[in-house]
Design a binder for this molecule. Structure first.
Ligand code: ADP
Ligand code: MG
Length: 507
């Protein structure tokens, strides 16, 4: 029993020990577990923070992905734009190069144009008016040469004439810059050269052409005025002088040696064509269309015995006359006058020939109609610029006047007297009109002759005029030469108001 008891006591002791052990373990466990729970709690908190962060990060990522997609889209767009811009840039560079070239060309043209314009401007300044007077001395004819006694070779720029041992001398002094003319009137019984006893007459004009001056030199001075007609001015060019002094030679010339009218026609049509082409080229570059379009018409008439005669058309019906009327816009109309469309200089030259034939038919043996009537050639110039709407209306009158020689009234009668009176009347009216314009008279006697009335608008404020006074160097012509030169000097002193262009704008 005691053994049993001892055994159970031992068991009890062991159990107690074990219990103690368990208690200690439990305490230890409790300790440990308590710590872990705190850690666990802490971990839980951390986890929740991390979860929140992760969620936020995911959202951020999603945003970034969106942004990346957007950036990519934008990059693609930018790339395609850059490519397109590259192509456009190349095109722009080519266009710039093209424009630079055009600009250079235009600048050259402007410069060239400026040179001409300045020259014209200077000339106008120099002349202080719109009427310019030139004097042209024709060479001696072969008959006049033939009747010259002896050698008599003159100095340069001089034409000396020795007929029956008398001398007349027309000299263009070099110092006069082509503007001065000296006329020596020989004293009775004069010698082969000009002497102190000779009476000397000095004249100055805008230009003096010596007998050697070729047609192109005379035309060069007119060409500025031809351009003015294309610019919309009314231009008149007269040839004045006694019969045989070279008016028709100056105006018409011959086939081989054309005068002012055919040369002016070449210039008009050539320049018109140039202007049309230049304007068309400029318009094409700007993608527009159309340049200058020209409408040219010619009329030719004769003023004989204060009546107008159409040289191209049939004239007025029987019993009627041509009448001249003006409107307040500066336009002049001649009733029943036949205008012919002309597109080139050849057409004009064809018409000129026809007109001259008709004039010749009107002449009789006693009566050279061509020297007893004024021949008026008119070119009406109308230009329209399709792109700018600008319209110019110019007029070019070229007039071969009747011979200015005075006839002794006691020697003529009948038709010849009437002719003479008509010519005297119209030529002196021309001189009066010009000086009256110069004096700025309130009344200008345009109506005193058909010729001045016809040319009223071209001679007054809006016109430009050029008179070529032709003189013969022959001694026998000296009185008439002096008369012509005095008439010219009177006209030369004149200043007509500022010329105006006739331009209208459509647009
Ligand atoms: P107008 O018409 O004044 O009566 P013309 O023009 O018929 O005079 O000239 C008379 C002549 O003189 C013509 O034979 C013409 O060829 C000649 N003549 C006139 N001027 C010149 C000139 N500058 N050079 C050469 N010949 C001329
Ligand atoms: Mg003539």
């Amino acid at each position: 029993l005691s053994a049993e008891r001892a055994a159970s006591l031992a068991d009890a002791a062991r159990l107690r020990t074990e219990l103690d052990e368990c208690r200690r373990n439990l305490d230890r466990y409790k300790d440990a577990t308590g710590k872990d729970l705190a850690a666990l709690e802490a971990e839980k908190a951390t986890k929740s923070v991390l979860e929140t962060r992760t969620k936020a990060q995911a959202e951020l990522n999603a945003n970034l992905a969106d942004q990346a997609a957007l950036f990519k889209e934008q990059r693609d767009l930018a790339e395609s734009r850059a490519e397109k811009n590259g192509l456009e840039l190349a095109a722009l560079r080519a266009r710039v190069a093209e424009l630079e070239l055009a600009l250079q060309e235009a600048e050259t043209r402007v410069r060239d144009g400026e040179v001409v314009r300045r020259k014209l401007h200077n000339t106008i300044q120099e002349l202080k008016g719109n009427i310019r007077v030139f004097c042209r001395v024709r060479p001696l004819s072969s008959e006049e040469e033939g009747s010259r006694g002896g050698g008599g070779g003159g100095e340069q720029q001089q034409t000396d004439i020795n007929i029956n041992n008398r001398v007349a001398l027309l000299s263009v002094p070099a110092s006069g810059e082509g503007k001065a003319l000296e006329v020596f009137q020989p004293s009775k019984g004069g010698t082969n050269t000009a002497t102190d006893r000779d009476q000397k007459h000095n004249f100055t004009f805008d230009r003096v052409f010596s007998p050697e001056a070729p047609q192109e030199e005379v035309f060069e001075e007119l060409s500025h005025l031809v351009q003015s007609a294309l610019d919309g001015y009314k231009v008149c060019c007269f040839a004045y002088g006694q019969t045989g002094s070279g008016k028709t030679h100056t105006m018409l010339g011959s086939q081989d040696n054309p005068g002012l009218i055919p040369r002016a026609m070449h210039q008009v049509f050539e320049t018109a064509q140039h202007m049309a082409a230049a304007a068309a080229a400029a318009a094409n570059q700007q993608g527009g269309g159309g340049g200058w379009k020209w409408d040219m018409k010619a009329a030719m008439l004769e003023v004989y015995n204060e009546d107008l005669h159409d040289l191209l058309g049939p004239g007025p019906p029987t019993g009627k006359k041509h009448t001249i009327s003006h409107d307040d816009k500066g336009n002049t109309t001649v009733s029943h006058l036949h205008w012919v469309d002309v597109a080139d200089a050849d057409k004009v030259s064809f018409l000129l020939n026809r007109a001259m034939e008709r004039r010749a038919v009107g002449a009789t043996a006693m009566n050279d109609r061509s020297s007893r009537s004024h021949f008026v050639f008119t070119l009406a110039i109308e230009g329209t610029n399709a792109s700018s709407g600008q319209k110019v209306k110019g007029l070019l009158h070229m007039i071969d006047l009747a011979g200015s020689e005075r006839l002794d009234r006691s020697q003529v009668a009948g038709d010849r007297l009437k002719e003479t009176q008509s010519i005297n009347k119209s030529l002196s009216a021309l001189g009066d009109v010009i000086s009256s314009l110069a004096n700025k008279d309130g009344h200008v006697p345009f109506r005193n002759s058909k010729l001045t009335y016809l040319l009223q608008h071209s001679l007054s404020g809006s016109g430009k005029a050029l008179m070529v006074v032709n003189v013969s160097p022959a001694l026998e012509s000296l009185p008439e030469t002096l008369c012509s030169l005095r008439f010219a000097a009177k006209v030369n002193a004149c200043e007509i108001g500022t010329a105006k262009r006739q331009i209208t704008m459509n647009k």
